[in-house]
Design a binder for this molecule. Structure first.
Ligand SMILES: Nc1ncnc2c1ncn2[C@@H]1O[C@H](COP(=O)(O)OP(=O)(O)OP(=O)(O)O)[C@@H](O)[C@H]1O
Length: 238
């Protein structure tokens, strides 16, 4: 049974159609990336899947007992507020210290537990958010532009960590990203969204599809080509 199935989902707000005819399913252990231009409904789709938004139309089925971990687009914490990583991770629910250590380790942030949130680098901060999402050992990990603001190297490292998490936990991953050059390589399947699903399939299939090219243009194609080159170098280096 798939982890999650969406059938003919539509979302309309104030007579605007934000999403229409979205039919898709996620199977256990796969990494799926949603790409699309600004305003194409990516965040709305994630909100429907999480259950934060009721669709106007269609049906969503979740495997019974399925749990979701969510890594938000960005999170602002007042830098003058004293807040350790441990305290942040235990909000809003107290967690056993062993669970905190385990989640931080899974997220590649071992040893950060006593740091102040305000002193973390962008990459470390995102890993703490990831660790927080992993606390419940989710079946589905959802990331909304989770590497926004990270440089190229930190972004690539972050997605490698996501792949490790997927392998260790066996969870599915659904993410929205603009870093196509990285996520294309890190995904099993890419869904190209513009209110409806324009195309979907393996990353290389989507990258060469006319619908994807029309929607996301030449810059992204260059980015994909660039990443492939970069990836080849990364594999060759020790
Ligand atoms: N509650 C709402 N009421 C009315 N319109 C909304 C609402 N939420 C989202 N929208 C509109 O729906 C469209 C899709 O928004 P959404 O945030 O899902 O797109 P997105 O693909 O995630 O965009 P971005 O890449 O800029 O983050 C936008 O035009 C937005 O203004």
């Amino acid at each position: 049974m798939p982890l999650l199935t969406l059938h003919d989902i539509g979302v309309t707000r104030r007579s605007n159609t934000i999403l229409e005819a979205i039919t898709l399913s996620l199977t256990a252990g796969e990494i799926v990336t949603v790409v699309g231009p600004n305003g194409s409904g990516k965040t709305t789709l994630l909100r429907v899947i999480i259950g934060a938004l009721t669709p106007t139309h269609g049906e969503i089925r979740r495997r019974p007992g399925m749990t979701i971990g969510y890594v938000p687009q960005r999170l602002h914490i007042d830098p003058t507020l004293p807040m350790t990583v441990a305290r942040f991770m235990a909000l809003p629910r107290r967690r056993h210290i062993d669970a905190l250590h385990r989640a931080l380790e899974q997220a590649g942030a071992a040893g950060q537990i006593d740091r102040q949130m305000a002193t973390l680098s962008g990459g470390q901060f995102q890993r703490v958010l990831l660790a927080r999402a992993l606390l419940g050992q989710p079946d589905l990990l959802i990331l909304d532009e989770a590497s926004q603001g990270l440089d190229h190297r930190a972004t690539a490292a972050f997605y490698r960590q996501i792949d490790r998490v997927r392998r260790e936990l066996g969870c599915s991953v659904l993410m929205v990203s603009h870093e196509l050059h990285v996520v294309m390589q890190a995904s099993d399947r890419v869904i190209c969204l513009n209110g409806h699903i324009c195309c979907q399939g393996r990353p290389e299939t989507v990258a060469s599809s006319p619908a994807y090219r029309d929607l996301l243009g030449g810059d992204e194609r260059d980015a994909v080509a660039f990443y492939r080159h970069d990836h080849a170098l990364a594999v060759a280096s020790p």
